[in-house]
Design a protein around this ligand. Sequence first.
Ligand SMILES: Nc1nc2c(ncn2[C@@H]2O[C@H](COP(=O)(O)OP(=O)(O)OP(=O)(O)O)[C@@H](O)[C@H]2O)c(=O)[nH]1
Ligand SMILES: [Mg+2]
Length: 635
Amino acid sequence: MKHVVVGTAGHIDHGKTSLVKALTGTDTDRLPEEKARGITIDLGFAFLEEPDGLTIEIVDVPGHERFVKNMLAGVGGIDLVMLVIAADESVMPQTREHLAICQLLRIKSGLVALTKTDLVEPDWLELVQDDLRRLLEPTFLAGCPVLPVSVRSGQGLPELRAALGELARAVPAKATDQTARLPIDRVFTVRGFGTVVTGTLTAGALGGDERVEIYPRGVQSRVRGLQVHGHAVERSAAGQRTAVNLQAVERAAIERGDVLAPPGALMPSLLVDATVELLEDAPRPLKTRDRVRFHAGTREVMARVLLVDRAQLEPGEVAYGRFRLEAPVVALPADRFVIRSYSPMVTIGGGTILDIAPPRFKRKAPALLAHLRLLEQGTPAEVLEEHLRQAGPAGARAGDLRARTPFGPERLKALLDELQTSGAAVAVDREWYLHRGANDRLRSQTLALLESFHAENPLRAGISREELRSRAGHAQERVFAQLLGSLEADGQVRSDKDQVRLASHAIRLTPEQQRVVSGVEAEFLRAAAAPPSPEEALGRFGVTGTEKHELFQLLIADRRLVRVKESLYFHADALRAIRDKLVAHLQQHKEVSPADVKDLLGVSRKYAIPLMEYFDAQRITVRQGERRILRGVRL
Ligand SMILES: Nc1nc2c(ncn2[C@@H]2O[C@H](COP(=O)(O)OP(=O)(O)OP(=O)(O)O)[C@@H](O)[C@H]2O)c(=O)[nH]1
Ligand SMILES: [Mg+2]
């Protein structure tokens, strides 16, 4: 089963719709207004089934110059174009414009139906064919089949159908490993089913019951049913015109131009970097800040163009440009787009999207040019590496890389593995990646920060992890965690609780500092249950300072002094002795009062009360009124 989508193209009234009807039996002009005016206004759809399983789906477009916008929404996903030219009128403005659009969208092949031959003489037909050759010569249709036909006489119709079949069979099968994308061209409701959207699935595959998102709105839904050219199917694949019945979505919540894709797979964008080419016959140069109509997929939005390396682009030239979009576009790099001038509404050019989330470069910076050249010409691995490089120390989520590259999830995973193997990228975790350059910089920056911290604070064991992270430019949490982990694994850094230090760092005291530390400790040990205040203890060694003094802090960090209450510290050994005494007393007497504790320890209330509260907090004792009992003992 093969599906190929053919789009009609050509000037108004040249016989596109009549030809589609003659070929398929379907009248694609469905709107009452189309019937009344005898012209096509919006897209029409029909299909041909060949006996060998080939299905040719046809998108019939309007030729009227006012509806080129609708034509553009229809030709985005086509494989082949059937350029329809009326023999009596020959090449006309929209013949040229539609052809230029197909050329800009990089449609690969097609044919010409030279129709209404019943209205002309053979020698006129020859003149028209000369015109045609000149028109097609510089385009992708150079040398394509040209089939004279008439809907009136039926002349040439079997040959046309055969030629279409032949071209369609030659269209290569599409890979389905990319992210599924369906630019929506129609939305309607079907009684009993609800909202249905249609479009050409331009990439990937879509299955029944899959969860989907409508971009850029962020509307989440589920596929309730799928149809391909009128038949219910389990699965639709790239290249097929697909109707999707959506679960629980209001029709009003969706419009032409939206894109259906897996949840989270795409990223709406208001700024895109791209190549821009101006058609040879564009009426005037394109200048920076010109307002244009930007057409991508089935969406049209207004945009301002900013040329990267010049102030204006002459007809026939190609350059890099940045488009500032007035409404979000949902696209992927490598997508082609078309631009039309704001007024008059004519097609003037187009290009290839290179970046849908451009990094902050100064627009005229040479670095931006180099970046864009890499995105345009680089291999997939080089492009991916460039995105990681630009992500800097924040790194990038695999999901974001997926939405910014056209590779699809499987290919992206393989490319990321490749970059890791070559050393160009570091995996922070399974879904976060960092460029090697950023990783190395962050690593040396962190080591340098630790070094200077130790130099400035020789008596502190280490820096708090959060402070280090904030000094390291508020490194992304996962990136920082991975970095510390790897520095620890290398033996360069040690972490203790939330303190980080260089493995080589040790507190080295001068003999004088050592004398103070040992002396203060001895004071607390000797004072046992009635310790001095930090100020007093330090003062006895000629040091002025509170418990904040770094020498005092050393004793706390070493757990030789224990804080029982604000500014009240006990030596750890003394505290253990007090606890043992208290427990022994309670085991014998069941309960103890503040007065008992005073007597037991030979201290005043100043020490007795904080100690009792401390042992309550330590869950050794339980308070009952003014008395304490041992926790877990019932009276
Ligand atoms: N004599 C003759 N008339 C034709 C032929 N094909 C189409 N016509 C007539 O040409 C007119 C326009 O035909 P359409 O098929 O609506 O043209 P179209 O290209 O679809 O027009 P738009 O969609 O509005 O751009 C109609 O009146 C047709 O009957 C033909 O082969 N011979
Ligand atoms: Mg028509």
